[in-house]
Design a protein around this ligand. Sequence first.
Ligand code: SF4
Length: 341
Amino acid sequence: MTKEKQMFCFQCEQTAMGTGCTGCAGVCGKSAVEAGLQDVLTGALVGLARTCQTAAPTAKTYRTILEGMFTTITNVNFNTTTTQAMIDKVHAEAAALSSTPAADYDMNQMWNADEDIRSLKSLILFGMRGMAAYAYHALMLGKSSEEVDAFFVKGLSAIGEDWGMDELLPIVMETGKVNLTCMALLDEANTSTYGTPVPTTVPLTVEKGPFIVVTGHDLKDLELLLKQTEGKGINIYTHGEMLPAHAYPELKKYKHLKGNFGTAWQNQQKEFDGVPGAFLFTTNCLMPPRKSYIDRVFTTEVVSFDGVTHIGEDTAFTPVIEKALGLGGYAADRQVAGLDG
Ligand code: SF4
């Protein structure tokens, strides 16, 4: 990041001009301050990984790495307060492992490196960030993998090394290989918990009465919400990436899991406007909520937005439930936009 640019981020397909978000905010709405803090967080995670080279990481260490990496994925965290808290958590974990933890890495070294080195390290970093979300969801269902955990330490450490093409290219290839392992891990976690998905017709009608729309990928959060809303007269609808949940036998058995609301995640600011229901974001698909509906948006896990109510680790969804009951839903059944718009 050069002095005249306040931020630099090119980690997703939304990136400005197809080259990178610079200036005071990204296309996704991430501010330059938040982008800078996410760089600091990544540098702290590199430091934690380097600390693991000389001190044995624990299950808590790996979870901290997953949470930290997940925090930096696109459309997850826009909140400087919670990002700073995550940085502090990473530092605390490094200090718990060693009285002489490794120093944080300055991400500007990577952004300002030779373009080949920057590209190789970016492939490793962005590949691991996506993998962190999968590994996190698997962990929430009690599944983890020594191979995947170990690779986070290896890959993050590599980002901090002054290495060339010969050392970095094999790690890029390994990133792809371990990503497949991680996807298989999540598949196993999902199917062993909720059964093998079956072909399922998903209604697009929102029935009258109170309702909650759940978006993101975290099936565990959806299950907990279904249990907590059972018998309360509230219907549950998936949105965006949560759509596949309908196909899992142990989720579709809930009669109040009614259907899918709206279209793709990037249409949420238009489709959530003025809707008399509550919205729960479990993972990466949050766009800056508009004033017209921010009061009915809730986040959980590592998702966070300043001014939005966050459901903590106890996953007690009472505020979401009360909001849905208070709003009351539609007075009559309503057909919402289908998946083809
Ligand atoms: S994550 Fe946001 S800031 Fe980064 S490239 Fe994507 S749109 Fe731009």
